[in-house]
Design a protein around this ligand. Structure first.
Ligand code: SF4
Length: 383
């Protein structure tokens, strides 16, 4: 069995207005002790597995804020502790944090894929979102990365940012296509209580330009327009939010949707071994104190029971455009859960009759023109 490793770096320079991740803005003095804890945890975790590690993903947060030497130490520790073989090794990076020297050092450390948080090529949208970079930083970043030999770049855009309009959105998608990253992610802005912008929008306020957020239908139209243009440009749409040029699907992220095993290291990181899921202590001080005292940072360990496995098979697998093999799931879980399986089959038939789900042989998948309402479909299917 192969294993993915996720490393969480929960630090950012500032907090973007739409961000609902558990990350903090702290003094850079805190980075080095945190990396020491990560390296200790890498050594501890490796004792429990001899599996080959074929993907490493350093995410956050903004891990590109760390000194390249510290990132190199993390990669050295991974190679020293695990059987790391030809991995896809991704580093998340914000455009304004990238210099040519850093890009070279990342490549030398073993990173072969950079996930670039572009979000938009429109300065007004970037500013309203609280991003630190501007459109010129994105072009510079791509040039530095390419010159440093990075052959696999992923770029994120967000549909639905404040001040976004059809014209600016089409320009952002057009710039992305012109830069031709090997991989692209398009996310639709989430409005929830977890972010400053979300709270303000839900309260009907105007701070953070909350009153300039496009409505849901417009955001869905932006997503659909991007879907069409990316397909025309040769990108394969393989997951609701993800596209790749041929052969460039994210090996690491596919593990999440396929329910393959991965180990998450660092504050708040999640892990799955095929049977159980667990998460590390969320708060950085608690995580650091666990590691420094030699105790496990693992919390919230949960052994999955069959109904949970069944639900995961659908809500993770159906995110993939290839969908899921209904017959396989029936064979594996149907005998234990005959009533639940029968109810799901009935709902699949109903959702198919309404055009939300398509069927091909033993497989079912979300209809490509209904991806913007995937959450509603999952709720109906698994109610
Ligand atoms: S850089 Fe990313 S993780 Fe950090 S605050 Fe912005 S959106 Fe959140």
């Amino acid at each position: 069995m192969s294993l993915g490793i996720y490393i969480q770096v929960p630090f950012c320079q500032t907090k973007c207005t739409y961000c609902n991740f558990h990350t903090g803005v702290v003094s850079s003095d805190r980075y080095r002790p945190y990396v020491e804890c990560l390296r200790r945890e890498i050594g501890d975790s490796a004792r429990y597995t001899s599996d080959v590690v074929d993907s490493v993903y350093v995410g956050g947060g903004t891990p590109s804020l760390l000194d390249p030497g510290e990132l190199a130490k993390i990669m050295d520790s991974l190679r020293g502790a695990f059987r790391v073989e030809s991995p896809e090794a991704t580093l998340e990076a914000d455009p304004e944090t990238i210099t040519f020297e850093k890009a070279e050092q990342w490549a030398a450390a073993g990173f072969n894929r950079i996930s670039l948080g572009a979000q938009s090529f429109n300065n007004r949208e970037l500013q309203a979102a609280g991003r630190m970079h501007r459109r010129a930083d994105i072009f510079n970043a791509v040039e530095f990365l390419r010159t440093a030999g990075i052959r696999n770049i992923s770029m994120d855009l967000i549909a639905g940012l404040a001040h976004q309009a059809e014209k600016s959105w089409n320009e952002s998608v057009g710039e992305l296509i012109r830069l031709r990253p090997e991989h692209a992610s398009i996310y639709m802005l989430e409005i929830d209580e977890g972010s400053r912008l979300g709270k303000e929008a839900l309260a009907g306020g105007s701070r953070y330009s909350a009153d300039a957020i496009p409505d849901d239908d417009t955001t869905a139209d932006f997503y659909e327009a991007a879907r069409e243009r990316l397909a025309d440009a040769g990108y394969k749409h393989y997951e609701i939010s993800n596209w790749g040029l041929p052969g460039h699907e994210s090996k690491h992220n596919l593990k999440y949707w396929h329910r393959d095993a991965y180990v998450g290291l660092g504050a708040g990181a999640h892990s799955f071994d095929g049977i159980s899921r667990w998460a590390n202590a969320h708060e950085v001080p608690r995580y650091v104190s666990c590691m420094q005292q030699g105790s496990s940072p693992r919390e919230q360990i949960e052994v999955l029971i069959p109904p949970q496995i069944l639900d995961e098979e659908f809500f993770l697998g159906l995110r993939l455009l290839d969908g899921v093999d209904l017959e396989r799931i029936e064979q594996q879980l149907g005998p234990e859960l005959p009533k639940r399986m029968a109810a799901i089959r009935e709902r699949v038939d109903h959702l198919q009759s309404l055009g939300f789900i398509e069927r091909e042989g033993p497989r079912i998948r979300l209809a490509p023109d209904r991806l913007t309402v995937s959450n509603e479909v999952f709720v109906q299917l698994l109610a």
